[in-house]
Design a protein around this ligand. Sequence first.
Ligand SMILES: [Zn+2]
Length: 502
Amino acid sequence: MATKIPYSVIRGGKLLDIDRRKAVPVDILIKGDTIAEIGRPGLAAPEGAAVIDARHRLMHPGLINAHTHGPGNLAKGLYDRWSLELLLTASQWVGIGRTLDDKYLSAKIGAAEMLLKGCTAAYDLAAEFPLPSVEGLSAMAKAYEEVGLRCVLAPMVADISFFDAIPGLMDRLPASLQKEVESFRYAPWKATTGQIKKALRKWPFETVHLAVAPTIPHHCSDAFLISCRDLAKDYDVGIHSHVAESKVQVIAGFKRYGSTLAAHMDKLGLVTDRFTVAHGVWLDDDDMKRLGDRGASVAHNPGSNMRLGNGLADVRGMLNARVNVGIGTDGASCSDNQNVYEAMRLASFASKVQGPDTERWVTTAEALRAATEGGARALGLAKQIGKIAPGYKADIVFLDLHHINWIPMNDPVNQIVHTEDGNAVHSVMVGGRMVVEDRKLLTVDLAKLAAQAAESQARRAKPMGDARKLYDRLEKVVGAFCPGLAKAPLHIDRFGASHHDH
Ligand SMILES: [Zn+2]
């Protein structure tokens, strides 16, 4: 006997209409995990349909975090003055001593935070050292499925260490440190692609999809980049890479390739509609045109870009070049929360500090579309999520209109982006199932999660303490060398102001 697909109907709520900037009273009929119909209040529903009361609620599509790192959640708030290059130097310190349980736990903490803050899907770039493993990816996917957040999980991979990837850096290290950072080297790339292929071939998870993430182009040999390109094409999955996140990366790219990073990746055939650039702060006009022409995406992470001192991305330039833009938080070690409302707000504000021409500012509607439809396209799920419409998955956030953030409601688009901070999230539905109800996450026991995180912290304290000593020695060199490299002249400038010598 075929199992009957259950119906549910949401009654009494107001649906966000971005174009009309209105909250419209509607009822929504859901069949299984999909929106079947949206109609006037009083919409007919099949007998036995579960009724969800949405009075005093504003319904908007689940937000989509277009760029994060699950492993970062255990490192939330760990350090203050990190540039991107110092963060990369710290990766050994931060990641040392992690077990399979820690990989699961870290992903779970992030998934829980995202759901509680109105986000229903994420693009997670997850690193394992010295290479990804099917077990590690499965542990993280299990965390996402259990918590109830959709995910595109991309093993973040490299075959050139940070110290080898930045021209001149290794030579600057004293011999003793050169020896120590040898342990930072990754597995040969063929072993890495072998693991990814193994995972791709037999992937049992329904709401967690795989993708491929060559972490930073110049941290990967060309042969490796090409193999990532082919894997993504063969298995029809996305590719995600940190491109032109910092000025140092762009300088390193020119030294290595004689071109921009995006131009090099395009030459190798990686820039297609399945490609997402993380950050793209230092993309120039030609790069943006290249990405736009190929139908590629940028995951814009304004909080991280400010936090790591990378500068302010030119989102107007991207939109003008027809680049698909999504919005991300980046990992909790450099943002340090997983709040997409805040990321949208910062996307709006970061565009507005760049100059007085209001036409170049990112509008609230653009920021909101980026955090919903744009993110959906970047995740390769454009026809499934990012909108509340018939045929789309029922991923819906219910905001409490009696919360102080909404008293009064003047313009729901402006208020979601500029006023909302996640505090008015009352309930969250993913695939027709309530995962947050009355501000409580139904799938996770937070007290137990806190105890597990504390246990993990205690267990890793000793190895992390030792690794920190090495980091402190490396910080002195990297912290002096990389800002020096960033002083090189470049045809674009994305720093927020010229108060520093650069
Ligand atoms: Zn990142």
